[in-house]
Design a protein. Sequence first.
Length: 217
Amino acid sequence: MTSTESVELLVPIEVYLAAGVHIGTHIKTNDMRPFIFRTRPDGLHILDVRKIDERIRIASKFIARFKGEKVLAVSARQYGFKPVEKFASIIGGKAITGRFIPGTFTNPKLPNYIEPDVLIATDPRADWQAILEASKVGIPVVALCDTDNRCQFVDLIIPVNNKGRKSLALVYWLLARQVLRERGELAPTAELPVTMEDFESKVLISEEEYGGYEVKE
């Protein structure tokens, strides 16, 4: 993971590292073991940047196969609210932030009932209700997964720090850019009219506001 390897990446490796996309947790699940590059002396697991980049490419190709309005991105985590909403806005998709109401995919009588063709989840733990319902009705699931995530019912894993606001902003910015490139709506070397910073959520005042989860910048 040296800077000389950055030529093939979607963004220079320094950009990935600055956003902390590779910073995992002290927990390592079997599902995420293949994506871990190394473990620091302090026990923190570090994700492989090349595999992060590779999976963003694969996920973008997959998402681009679906009509924009049938793509749904969800985030129960506050740091994912803005990235998810911005991503959906740019690709013409839909977003659900905050609490996912049970029955959203399974109960046609609900006013908020929706039938997406693909689900993008920001965190399998926080977005479990959405993933569970997607599995019941046959909606494929793309999920951003940290080292501590179990990936049951996830069809396509994007290994990444899914708790840090800069990490989430960069990943959703890249997904938006790559989806448009895959659709042919953006030239292969063209950039989005918005920056990664436009995807960033504001810093939360306290961990309590963040639902008690570990906060990672």
